[in-house]
Ligand binder design. Sequence first.
Ligand code: GLC
Ligand code: CA
Length: 530
Amino acid sequence: MKMRWWEDCVVYQIYPRSFQDSNGDGIGDLRGILKRLDYLSMLGIDAIWISPIFISPMADYGYDISDYRSIDPIYGTLDDVDLLLKEAHARNIKIIFDMVLNHTSIEHPWFIESRKSKTNDKSEFYIWSDTIPNNWQGAFGGKAWTFDEQRGQYYMHSFLKEQPDLNWRKGEVVDAVFKMLAFWLDRGIDGFRLDVINCIVKDETFRNNPKVVGSRPRPYDMQRHIFDRNRPETHARLRRMRKLLDSYPDKMMVGEIMVENPGEPELASSYLGRDGDELHLAFDFSLTQTPFHAQPWKRNAKRWSEAVGINRVPTWVLNNHDTTRLISRLGGNIAKAKLAALFLLTQRGAIFLYYGEEIGLPNSKVPKSRLEDPLGKRYWPFHPGRDPERGPMIWSTSKGYGFSDGKSWLPFANHADKYAVENQMTDKNSMLSCYRELISLRKGDITLKKGITTYLDTKNTHVMVYIRKYENQERLVLLNFSSRQQTIEESSLSGNWELKYSIQRMVEDSQDSGIFQLQPWQGCIYIKNK
Ligand code: GLC
Ligand code: CA
């Protein structure tokens, strides 16, 4: 069967403010992305997901949209989008937009109208109540209900009060949203990343969320979110959305599924639809929270892979704009990060990279005076917010690091010179070279892209071992998650294995005894010879 492009794609997420500035205002933009398309093409990625670029008052940096059909002037124009599409497509790169459909900005014309009275045209476009009906909380602090003087009622918001939630129980809202999606599909956009898509429908009778025992810094985390999200009615909406996308050739949607810690892969996979008729792809964030040890890593990879099953497609993600960068979680250890990259790019399904991951870019240090993220402003220093993982890309060692001629909106990572793309390009041992080689290896190997994965239970618990199988082809992946040399001795692994790739120099390059030696943090890929 023909493979659809998202079944084995490598997607590169761009946080547009921080990727490349083209006009010296210190904020990345669409012209900047255009300028770096050749770089992305060299890296070998298949698609770009751009975090929201629509008109927004930027209370949550674009995740509060006031006009879904226009580009915020800070990022560019509709013409820039058209040009980007043309240039990306010429390089075989797809463009995915980030759609925030759970809520709009408080400045969206729908909300401006809705708040005017209880009887206007858009009066039911949002979720209104005479009193605060329940214990729901906003994810960024405070109650989920804010009183609006003008209308004399409370409106519901899952996030900031500047982000009122749309009423997805109202048919007209659904129609309006779908029309807007069609507008972009018609324009040539290849798909959508759907923000917090499991939150769109709320309990019809506004029941209280049950409380969680124990104490957590955010009141939001003190309850189980069973009534303000994950309502069963969501699935019918997603099935309809899927029909819309499938009425075009080759469009894809991937959903962000908001979960309670430490991750709920079964919940995420439920949004793929029992018959695979909802989201094409859904995110599971377990590995962004998993300690970097072989056993928990294997357990969570296996659990997600099983939750998705072999007839649907898993996504794999280690970094994004909402969570500490993996390299920083790993204390800056490049050897570990390369091991993680080898893991990532040898999984079945769709791989998601976050800009800077490929150069080992760590979190920026953001002093209080430079905080931008509303979450950070509210909870600092408890929670530093998400600015640190949104630092500017480092392209060169010149002033502004090739990112901008002006003052960048967020601080650069410390010792930024170390990460410059310009230097890593020519260094065979760089992180960038590692990503590039792994992506290219994956591209040329259907077994790595499509093969079924069997995660093995090994005697040695410091290593993770899995086999990828496609038709009569087999690949063996060995990962040493420890700082010591490890031996893997498994009779089931005997056979004629030939080394295909290693992130560190190998002692021997072919094995048939079922015994393998791995250096500290070494990872390698073997091919089975017949
Ligand atoms: C998602 C986004 C996050 C945003 C939130 C509200 O979780 O990834 O960045 O703040 O939704 O839209
Ligand atoms: Ca700019």
